[in-house]
Design a protein around this ligand. Structure first.
Ligand code: PEP
Length: 251
């Protein structure tokens, strides 16, 4: 089965509403028609405006987080239903910044994954090891724990909706990207974990993105690896020309 190719931009906590709307309009104007699914993930406050800005362009909008409950006394939180009603169709979950800076556990991320799926949002589930785990050869063990703890409660039909992003934490925002070989090894390993749990056909249909200092000059080689199905892009997604160049290198 042909896997979906996806390039998603994670704007993190950047851009005012006006700047973000401008960026979305610029991306929409510069992006040629392609089979690659393009997703913009602005801050919560910009989701509705960005959705309006890209309406009709084929670009999808995602959030960077959600709360697992549908509503209630959770001051400062945003539910999947709110995201959906604002125009989001994807949500990034388990990003390393959420895990490291905000203490999110695999169990909490697993609840968010379920909530996202039940409201019709596609989770972009992030996993990846810290530098010390890579240096001590623990990258597979770390990723196995994250993937099984965050996703393997799902049934096969639910899992089939999920997009996985491998993001080695030592490569995020550091300018130090994983080599294409390192990315391929880990993507192949993740696909093998999925195959062991859900079977080969589900594994071979799962989109696995690479994230971590992916830029216009290295995206082509990363994306040409057989198990790399696109990218989750941080810094380079804040510039329309760079982001569009990365999407174009998927072709
Ligand atoms: C990210 O935050 O998901 C990311 C990949 O960031 P960067 O591209 O800036 O390394």
């Amino acid at each position: 089965m042909k896997r979906k190719k996806i390039v998603a931009g994670n704007w993190k906590m950047n851009k005012t509403l006006e700047e973000g709307t401008r960026l979305a309009l610029d991306v929409a104007a510069q992006l040629p028609e392609s089979e690659t699914i393009t997703v913009l993930c602005p801050p919560f406050t910009h989701i509705a405006a960005v959705s309006n800005a890209v309406a009709g362009s084929g670009i999808h909008v995602g959030a960077q987080n959600c709360h697992p409950e549908a509503s209630g006394a959770y001051t400062g939180e945003v539910s999947t239903y709110m995201l959906k009603s604002a125009g989001a169709s994807y949500v990034v979950l388990g990003h390393s910044e959420r895990r490291v800076l905000f203490g999110e556990t695999d169990a909490f991320i697993a609840q968010k994954v379920s909530a996202a799926l039940s409201s019709g949002l596609i989770p972009i589930f992030c996993c990846g090891e810290l530098l010390d785990a890579r240096e001590s050869g623990q990258q597979e063990a770390v990723v196995k724990e994250q993937v099984s703890g965050g996703l393997f409660h799902l049934d096969t039909g639910q899992f089939a909706q999920v997009v996985v992003a491998y993001e080695p934490v030592w490569a995020i925002g550091t300018g130090r990207t994983a080599s294409p070989q390192q990315a391929q090894e880990m993507h192949q390993y993740i696909r093998h974990l999925i195959a062991a749990k859900y079977g080969d056909s589900v594994a071979s249909a799962t989109t696995i993105l690479y994230g971590g200092s992916c830029k216009p000059d290295n995206a082509g080689e990363l994306f040409s690896q057989p198990d790399v199905d696109g990218g989750l892009i941080g810094g380079a997604s804040l510039n329309a020309a760079d982001f569009v160049a990365i999407v174009n290198s998927m072709a």
